[in-house]
Design a binder for this molecule. Structure first.
Ligand code: GLU
Length: 389
């Protein structure tokens, strides 16, 4: 394959709207000295700044807190006890965040630190909160630097490795591309360190049992970050419609290298994140209530618009913010299904009113749409009716 041909798959990175980049501890922290690989980090920051400048939203999932903290905390080499690694993480995270702030600010980028615990992606209310914080940060042009909140995570409630954390963040934010920067340049048919016949795979579209076996299967991962956790991450990403790339990180300008066609493995998603989300809304959720809308709002939905409070006539059922609801006309015909941005109580209070009035009605500033169009799927019968009108 020529270098030009190798650049074609890299469009998944260059043309992505929202990209999650995960960096492993071994890249950030020199194993021998326990010090930050500052020069390398500066090159990576330059890559991220270039992506940001071309209009891409970037999120960093950065490991390295424990690796960086253990030396500063005066902990011995070798395996740490749980509370020791949590202490090391507390010492290291502050340094890690500071380093990210320095290297990204150098390019005029704003940086935020986000520490997540497993519940933040697995529990609905916390998930919704974390998601809106991330969305706000991205809207403000800030680069979130994410890590697991190691200091409070216990073994039962943790992601355990940042590969999976990165995939969960990508899923939460409907990112279209995730890059795992690693010590290997992708997936091989067998371990290339042991088997000279091992063949590199440039593209994977299905995570079959064969692929899992190539990664060494579960249980063979060397703690966090083995190939099998990367395959797990790929599985989460693909199910969310997000492409995922495993690439070697220990090169100059590692993201630029991928763009230039460096060898890596692409896990290719068949659907866009939006299509996956819409499928999930229309198919698998049990609606918790109904929003009855007027003819004007129904026509607007047919034109691909969001549902605004002005067109809402009545709210039926009890539901929370983020719950799935049916959107029905005056006769009860389901026109669409969507995720309501307000609870049933709040939705009823703003029904029929202008979006500008929301703040004075509720006492806080919610979003202008009751159901944003990305969270809304027209039902076939609804489309039919609309076409008949
Ligand atoms: N959260 C850990 C740290 O920052 C790293 C986890 C991982 O390497 O996957 O040290």
């Amino acid at each position: 394959m020529s270098a030009d041909e190798r650049r074609v798959p890299a469009r998944r990175l260059t043309q992505a709207r929202r990209v999650v980049v995960k960096i492993g501890s071994a890249l950030l922290v020199d194993q021998a000295t326990g010090r930050l690989n500052r020069h390398w980090l500066e090159m990576l920051a330059a890559d991220l700044a270039r992506m940001h400048a071309r209009g891409q939203q970037v999120l960093v999932v950065s490991s390295g807190a424990i690796a960086l903290g253990r030396r500063h905390a005066g902990l011995p080499a070798g395996r740490l006890k749980l509370e020791e690694s949590q202490a090391a993480a507390a010492v290291g995270q502050i340094r890690l965040a500071h380093a990210w702030k320095e290297v990204l600010e150098h390019h005029g980028l704003k940086v935020a630190q986000v520490l997540l615990t497993l519940d933040d992606t697995e529990q609905r209310r916390r998930y919704l909160n974390a998601r809106s914080t991330f969305m706000t940060l991205l809207g403000l042009g800030v680069v979130p630097v994410v890590n697991e909140n190691d200091t409070v995570a216990t073994s039962e409630i943790r992601y355990g490795d940042n590969d999976r954390l990165a995939a969960r963040v990508a899923q939460m934010l409907a990112a279209d591309c995730t890059v795992l920067l690693s010590d290997v340049d992708g997936l091989y048919t067998s371990d290339p360190g042991r088997d000279r016949e091992a063949v590199h795979l440039a593209e994977v579209t299905d995570i079959s049992g064969r692929i899992v076996a190539m990664a060494g299967g579960p249980g063979s991962a060397d703690g966090s970050g083995g190939m099998s956790t990367k395959i797990e991450a790929a599985r989460i990403a693909l199910a969310a419609g997000c492409h995922l790339c495993i690439a070697r990180g220990a090169v100059a300008h590692p993201l630029q290298a991928i763009e230039n066609g460096a060898r890596c493995t692409w896990f290719v998603a068949r659907q866009s994140p939006l299509a996956v989300r819409k499928q999930w809304i229309s198919g698998t959720l049990r609606p918790a209530g109904d929003l009855v809308i007027d003819a004007g709002a129904a026509a607007a939905l047919g034109r691909g618009k969001s549902l605004l409070p002005a067109g809402l006539v009545e709210v039926r059922g009890r539901f929370d913010r983020g719950d799935a609801v049916r959107i029905v006309d005056g006769r009860g015909v389901e026109l669409a299904r969507g995720l309501c941005a307000y609870s049933s109580v709040d939705a009823a209070r703003i029904a029929g009113r202008r979006s500008a009035e929301i703040e004075s009605l509720l006492g806080w500033r919610g979003r202008a749409e009751i159901v944003p169009r990305d969270d809304l799927v027209l039902m076939p019968s609804g489309q039919q009716e609309d076409a008949d009108d």
